[in-house]
Design a binder for this molecule. Structure first.
Ligand code: NDP
Length: 472
């Protein structure tokens, strides 16, 4: 396949589906998209064996050759943007328009290019009359990548691009909810890559655990739930794999009393509702000072009610369905319990249940206690609880009160005040007057139950490498 010939949706779909396998349905309509292949443990073993065999040759190429290959892969992704975005839209549910499917495919190309352009880490670490010591970053070997269903193409790219740049080969196990999107991305990337450097092995049940214990997998990158992250940490101990664990969060935002509510409403909305709330580093608990509480709530309601939700192939929609029924039930259950506890619904909370797809309406819940499960648990959908506070120390304590720490944000007209609050928050990233934006040159990772290991930029390259000191 010529990497730069744009694939049509039909051609791409035919490359990633089989006549039997796991039936994949569009969460917006319930329509059958096609059948995803279901691979076995021996297919994982084959992929790892081929990745192991291909790795020395890939690592032996010059860094410049690997850079050019990643740039070529970025061009290939860009050339097939429309087909990739349509498949992502149909399988994941996110609309084509807005910060959704086309945006995600664009981010894949952008991350490939930025990763190709990142200066390699390492260099001279000590020098005197007798010693010249250099720190080098060598390939780990074979990287296993297990990704989620919310941003399946983008997160796979986050795992694959730095691994390849550093001379590793990669075996990807996609989420069973979005295998076609990842197979399609793999298909396009592989049009630019040598054989066996990247393999996608879709399946369900025990393939992920097999990769985690496989003696020939040297590093595992996982994005998903904290529970599975803990299982991976435990199961990988026997082979002492290096790990990057990007796990769930329950990000807090603190709004200080000096804000102009109408100016921050749009940023708050997209911080919380990007990808219809199915984003690990989205705003999931909002703490608003009592002086501006009613005004912030009103501004959010006004902005939110104008954001259209519906089937993603309709270009007017910017919010879509929940990706799967299990996630829908989590969101619905938490909102119902909040309503039963006496919290006040400002918007949404009333799914139509007309059978037309997994749509849960944009929901804003006010006058809710901090210990309500809608606040304390990661709901991972389009519902935002808004908690009132009057004492900043109390707000910081509530924000820090959970055993997760992926992202957080502070909203204020005073940058110095915002920074001093930011420094007190227990989170891997604290944004000021925005929430959730990531950049390929800015390190990203969680603390506490949100995992460990940094991605992006030269820190990301280090995390898919092993350090070697040459001292002489
Ligand atoms: P999980 O965290 O359960 O991850 C599922 C993936 O992990 C599958 O590919 C599975 O492979 C693999 N896996 C399961 N057990 C193991 C193991 N012991 N070792 C290695 N791999 C394993 O995600 P879910 O999709 O079930 O989502 C559950 C929750 O996670 C959501 O409700 C949400 O809160 C959170 N989430 C967080 C995301 C984030 O970006 N941080 C993204 C998506 C969800 P196999 O099928 O082979 O077992």
């Amino acid at each position: 396949m010529d990497a730069l010939t744009p694939l049509t949706y039909k051609t791409l779909l035919s490359k990633v589906t089989e006549t039997t396998g796991r039936p994949m349905h569009d969460p917006a309509t319930g329509d059958l998209i096609g059948h995803a292949p279901v691979r076995s443990i021996s297919d994982v073993d084959n992929a790892v064996r081929r990745a192991r065999a291909a790795q020395p040759g890939w690592a032996a190429r010059s860094d410049d050759e690997r850079v050019q290959t990643l740039l070529h892969a970025a061009d290939a992704v860009e050339a097939s943007t429309e087909a990739l975005a349509e498949l992502l839209c149909r399988e994941q549910g996110k609309p084509l328009n807005g910060p959704n499917a086309r945006f995600e495919v664009g981010a894949c190309a952008a991350w490939l290019r930025a990763t190709a352009g990142t200066p390699l880490p390492g260099g001279t670490v000590f020098e005197d009359d007798e010693i010249h010591a250099e720190l080098h970053y060598r390939p780990v070997g074979v990287v296993g990548a297990i990704g989620p269903w919310n941003w399946p193409m983008m997160i796979t790219t986050w795992q694959v691009a730095p691994s390849l740049r550093m001379g590793n080969t990669v075996v990807v196990k996609p989420s069973e909810y979005t295998p076609l999107s990842v197979l399609a991305l793999g298909e396009v990337l592989n049009s630019a890559l040598p054989d066996d450097v990247l393999t996608v092995v879709p399946g369900e049940g025990d393939l992920g655990a097999h990769l985690t214990t496989h003696p020939d997998v040297d590093k595992l990158m996982f994005t998903g739930s904290t529970g599975t992250g803990k299982a991976i940490a435990r199961d990988s101990a026997s082979t002492l794999k290096r790990l990057t664990l990007e796990l769930g969060g329950n990000d807090a935002g603190i709004v200080l009393p000096d804000v102009d509510p109408s100016k921050i409403a749009e940023g708050l909305f997209w911080g919380a509702f990007i990808n219809t709330g199915q984003t690990c580093a989205a705003l999931k608990r909002l703490y608003v000072h009592t002086d501006v509480y009613d005004q912030v709530c009103a501004a959010l309601v006004e902005f939110a009610r104008q954001m259209p939700m519906g089937p993603g192939l309709d270009e007017q929609n910017v919010l879509g369905p929940l990706q799967n029924k299990a996630q829908y039930d989590i969101v619905a259950g938490l909102v119902d319990a909040a309503i039963a506890s006496g919290a006040k619904v400002l918007l949404g909370g009333d799914p139509a249940n007309d059978g037309g797809g997994l749509f849960y309406p944009t929901t804003l819940v006010a006058d809710i206690d901090n210990d309500n499960p809608l606040v304390a648990q990661e709901q991972f959908g389009p519902a935002l609880p808004i908690v009132r506070y009057s004492d900043l120390d109390e707000a910081v304590a509530m924000a820090n009160g959970l055993d997760v720490g992926l992202g957080a944000s502070v909203w204020s007209a005073d940058p110095a005040a915002a920074r001093s609050v930011a420094a007190r928050l227990e989170a891997g990233t604290v944004w000021i007057n925005s929430h959730g934006g990531v950049h390929p040159m800015i390190p990203f990772g969680g603390i506490k139950g949100s995992g460990y290991g940094l991605e992006f930029g030269s820190e990301g390259l280090k995390s898919v490498s092993v350090p070697q000191v040459i001292n002489g």
